[in-house]
Design a protein around this ligand. Structure first.
Ligand code: GLC
Length: 549
């Protein structure tokens, strides 16, 4: 059975890229959703927007039936893996209803676990794979309701003690409070004021914009993104990140724990996890913001920021063999504009493991870059999102995939995919995490393996024309995930053990698996969460061999 599936899948290897921009001809064309390129929107040219034919996308309205009839490909159909039906059932069980309408999915449906903590809530970031699964299955209502409800929550006054948070902040999570006596239902939300560490979720707003575009692109329904409320919601999120300050870099300055890695893990400053989402949400917003009086000002600011951000990231966050060698030979204490070592990185701070980890072919975006600081850790989300948003050039995207293949043992091992590599241990762990017992080496956020990341890896594989890598990873996953009860994460260097404190029936592990499966089956789904390269963003510098091989 497995072999039959595999060979059918192999027969399906062809240039998937052609799917990305092309509408599905067989599908009824409704309203078109323009993809504007930001090169079209050079600052002086914002008025003259003229979307070319290529940038016009015909949405897929194809409503697909329930979970027992998963989407079938346009070219050939697949025997669904027995896990798929179980996953759909578990995903449906996790649905949260508010006044009779589905509004999201609970983080984990784990009755065996004594402490619920906040796993009974709908997390914005956790809902993304669920939402994509529903969209891909032709069930957009829950996504629409979620977008509406979270927009409403954004409007709340948010306070931590006596301090008022920015208007645009989106919640990390929310839940429905049932009052059986009064027979009422109310929503309560957490914007960071209840979260461990009291950190606002910087990623929530970005995911919200990315999901709004995915919804719009997949359904062709412009009735959300074009309303004044949604336009305002987007602008409020953006104004949190585009305001002027003391910054000398176009990257976004963040507190530790403000994203999926939501505990202290030494990712404060300019973490790749946020920069990649920031870039992607700016590009998504650009496709949806209206050119009215208020929108126009934002569009100008976005275009400028994207230019600066892509230059900064591609120049200073990119590392490959050649670049590592250059940093190794850096001089320090350079002053003025002629400095090569602009951030004064001391070569002695390069950790030993990088020299072994770096393949001759391949590269990745560093975990963090700031004054006298380079975090050489590899992060999965940031690198996959860099590919999907085209923050990475096509050559860099290829290099990222080359590295994943070359370091398969380390990054995929027995369960895809490491949230970051490597783990920090000993004295460094004490200092960096503050002795966090949940984030011990090779566990949880500290080098743990997270099945949810499979959807991002699969999307990146399809975009770079290497679906076979995703298939290999999914096979590993299929040998364990259901048997183990859909855990949140796995521990150990190879990801062999169910995580120490991992929840079972973790919804985004389930949704992540389904999205990965559906995308492999029908790669045209990729368009929902992928943006093509903008030609104007072609790098001015070509530095090393891994870009061009
Ligand atoms: C953990 C994860 C976070 C996730 C939450 C709910 O706190 O670190 O990323 O959103 O669980 O699943």
């Amino acid at each position: 059975m497995a072999e039959a599936r595999c060979s059918a899948a192999e027969a399906y290897d062809f240039d998937l890229r052609k799917f990305l921009d092309k509408p599905k001809m067989s599908i009824e064309r409704q309203r078109s959703f323009e993809e504007r390129s930001f090169s079209d929107l050079s600052i002086s040219n914002i008025r003259g927007l003229d979307p070319s034919e290529n940038n016009v996308y015909s949405p897929r309205i194809a409503a697909r039936s329930g979970f027992d009839t998963p989407a079938s490909s346009t070219r050939c159909s697949f025997e669904p893996h027995p896990m798929v039906a179980d996953a759909w059932e578990a995903l449906r069980r996790s649905m949260v209803f508010f006044r009779g309408q589905p509004v999201g999915t609970i983080a984990a449906y784990d009755h065996a676990s004594e402490e619920v903590l906040n796993y009974d809530q709908v997390f914005v970031r956790d809902f993304v794979p669920s939402a994509l699964a529903f969209l891909m299955n032709g069930e957009p209502d829950i996504v629409r309701n979620f977008l509406l409800k979270t927009l409403h929550l954004q409007g709340w006054e948010k306070k931590v003690d006596r301090f008022k948070l920015g208007e645009g902040v989106m919640p990390a999570s929310f839940k429905v409070l049932h009052e059986p006596v009064r027979k009422t239902e109310t929503l309560i939300a957490d914007f960071g004021e209840s979260a461990i560490g009291r950190v606002a979720p910087v990623d929530s707003g970005f995911w919200w914009i990315i999901l709004l575009r995915a919804y719009t692109k997949s359904t062709g329904d412009l009735s959300l993104s074009e309303t004044p409320d949604f336009q305002r919601g987007m602008r409020l999120i953006l104004s949190l990140c585009l305001s002027e300050g003391f910054d000398t870099f176009p990257t976004l300055l963040c507190a530790d724990g403000c994203c999926m890695v939501d505990r202290r893990m030494g990712i404060y400053g300019y973490p790749i996890e946020i920069q990649a989402l920031f870039f992607m949400s700016l590009r998504c917003a650009l496709t949806m913001l209206k050119h009215d009086a208020e929108g126009k000002e934002f569009i100008e600011r976005i275009v400028k920021r994207l230019h600066a951000l892509s230059f900064h990231m591609r120049s200073y966050f990119w590392i490959d063999f050649q670049q590592l060698n250059d940093i190794y030979r850096y001089k320090t204490e350079e002053y003025s504009h002629t400095a090569v070592n602009k951030f004064n990185v001391i070569p002695d701070s390069i950790p030993d493991w990088v020299f072994d980890f770096m393949p001759i072919r391949g590269g990745y975006f560093l975990g963090n870059v700031g004054p006298a600081m380079m975090d050489f850790r590899w992060f999965a989300l940031g690198n996959c999102i860099a590919i999907l948003s085209s923050l990475a050039t096509p050559e860099q995207s290829t290099a990222i995939m080359d590295l994943i293949e070359a370091r398969w043992e380390e990054l995929v091992g027995e369960m895809p995919l490491k949230v970051c590599y490597p783990a920090i241990e000993g004295h460094e762990w004490r200092i960096v995490t503050g002795c966090d017992p949940k984030n011990t080496r090779w566990s949880y956020h500290n080098g743990g393996s997270w099945p949810v990341l499979m959807w991002m890896l699969t999307a990146a594989c399809i975009k770079t024309g290497r679906p076979q890598i995703a298939r290999r990873a999914i096979e590993l996953m299929e040998s364990r995930l259901q048997k183990d009860g859909w855990p949140e994460y796995y521990d150990g260097k190879l990801g062999r053990f169910v995580g120490k404190q991992a929840r079972k029936f973790q919804t985004w592990s389930i949704g992540g698996y389904l999205v990965a499966k559906m995308m492999l089956e029908d790669p045209s789904h990729l368009g929902m969460i992928s943006l093509e390269e903008d030609k104007a963003m072609k790098p001015l510098i070509k530095r090393s061999s891994s870009w061009t091989c």
